[in-house]
Design a protein around this ligand. Structure first.
Ligand code: CMP
Length: 139
């Protein structure tokens, strides 16, 4: 089915000017960018967005890193978009990511792993609604 998912290009990647290279991989896989904006989130926004990870040992580092520089938040649309986006990103830890994936090619570490993507339909809907109003998504 045609799905929408949420994607974020993280500060480590925007700092290295990799936005276009990452979007090209997503587009080459058949995903369409139907919403996109570059933002610099506050620590409070990072804490709210990643609230599901609150209490985990990496939460503080994660929220600091995500608010340390600009990110590009996007909505991607396409056939099986949620799974497809995760395939193109590769494993969370770049050491485990497959050849040709975003994280294999660009990620520096598990924390500075260049991209985030929703893991399920429910989280996709939540994460899209967190950053975008309906009028900002143009399919
Ligand atoms: P992301 O998809 O953005 O979701 C949570 C992020 O936490 C994850 O990618 C990683 O960048 C970061 N992280 C840091 N350490 C860990 C860890 N040990 N396990 C999972 N995620 C981690």
């Amino acid at each position: 089915a045609i799905e929408r998912t949420f994607s974020m290009i993280k500060p480590d990647a925007t700092a290295r000017n990799l936005t276009g290279k990452i979007v090209a991989k997503l587009e080459d896989a058949g995903l369409r960018v139907v919403a996109s904006k570059r933002i610099h989130m506050s620590l409070a926004q990072a804490e709210a967005f990643y609230a599901v990870h609150k209490g985990r040992p990496f939460y503080e580092e994660l929220t600091k890193q995500m608010s340390a520089g600009p990110v590009v938040v996007q909505v991607l649309e396409g056939e099986n978009a949620i799974l497809k986006n995760r395939e193109v990103m590769g494993a969370t830890n770049p050491a485990n990511a497959a050849e040709g994936t975003i994280r294999k090619e660009f990620a520096l570490s598990i924390g500075e792993n260049s991209a985030h993507g929703s893991d399920a339909p429910e989280t996709a809907a939540e994460e899209i609604a967190f950053w975008f109003s309906k009028t900002e998504i143009v399919g």
